[in-house]
Write a protein that binds this ligand. Structure first.
Ligand SMILES: [Fe+2]
Ligand SMILES: [Fe+2]
Length: 280
């Protein structure tokens, strides 16, 4: 066990303050294993504790971070396009590692059941595994994380919701990670067509595990709504409009969103052209 006296919030902050991607993922996995061992009783208990997480997580020198409109677009049907797509996914996964540890560190003062922390530690562990998997895929195509520029705006949702746990749950797992469920089947298809089975397998693992991250978001969002006796759908709409600076874009993966506990009347009214999700 690494540094057994550190609280969970301090461990989360350590991950946030680690700049190198591989080191961040490795530390994240060690802290997650320690937490799970502590919860199963095979090791001394780790306290939730409190910490002061940085407003921005430490980042490696590369990739260069550019505003989304300056990130060059490449056709996914070409080898360069496939590398660019994987590179963008690696960047998303690394941000996701930080996002899940950030919710733990940033909101550790909010009294929540232990299951809340278990869920986000597990999600952070899985994101770390996803980052490593995608780095291996990049490697297999002769590239690496840091070889291309990446999107600079990915931490905005975390900053905007740094004071609002319900807002964080609404925007990060229930909007951004749910969006991942919408777009991943198309990405898997790109690599299936290119006959790259190792990459297809990696993406399928990610796709399956991401459903549970959206589920955790919906579960704890509904928990807090119940505790405050407010209507979840109305509060969700209000928080997404306040903190998410865009409308939601169909097509939606209605099946996986339903698996994750997000019904159509949560997301359709937030599209540019809201239509009633009438049953077919
Ligand atoms: Fe992931
Ligand atoms: Fe995720």
């Amino acid at each position: 066990m690494t540094q057994p006296n550190l609280s969970l919030a301090e461990r989360a902050t350590q991950v946030l303050n680690t700049a190198n991607g591989a080191e961040k993922a490795a530390l994240s996995r060690r802290h997650a294993a320690d937490w799970m061992a502590s919860r199963s009783g095979t090791h001394a208990a780790i306290e939730i504790g409190t910490a002061t997480p940085p407003m921005h997580p430490a980042r490696p020198e590369h990739p260069e971070l550019l505003s989304p409109r300056d990130v060059p677009k490449r056709k996914p049907g070409t080898p360069e396009g496939r590398i660019a797509l994987l590179h963008a996914v690696a960047h998303i996964e690394l941000n996701a590692v930080d996002l899940h540890w950030d919710i733990i560190a940033r909101f550790s003062h909010v009294p929540m059941p232990m299951g809340f922390f278990d869920d986000w530690v597990k999600a952070a562990d899985e994101e770390s595994k996803h980052f490593n998997l995608i780095c291996d895929c990049l490697d297999s195509l002769g590239s690496h994380y840091g070889a291309l520029p990446a999107h600079s705006g990915m931490w905005r949702a975390a900053e905007d919701t740094a004071q609002d746990l319900m807002g964080r749950l609404a925007v990060v797992p229930m909007v951004l990670e749910a969006r991942g469920l919408d777009v991943t089947p198309g990405m898997i298809e790109v690599f299936r067509r290119a006959k790259l089975p190792q990459i297809v397998d990696a993406m399928n693992i990610i796709y399956a595990e991401e459903v549970s991250h959206v589920t955790y978001g919906s579960k704890w969002f509904h928990f807090l709504c119940g505790r405050e006796n407010v209507d979840p759908k109305e509060v969700f709409h209000e928080l997404v409009r306040r903190y998410f600076h865009s409308t939601l874009r169909p097509p939606f993966n209605e099946e996986k969103r339903a698996d994750a506990g997000i019904p159509p009347d949560f997301y359709w009214p937030l599209t540019e052209d809201p239509i009633d999700p009438t049953p077919r």
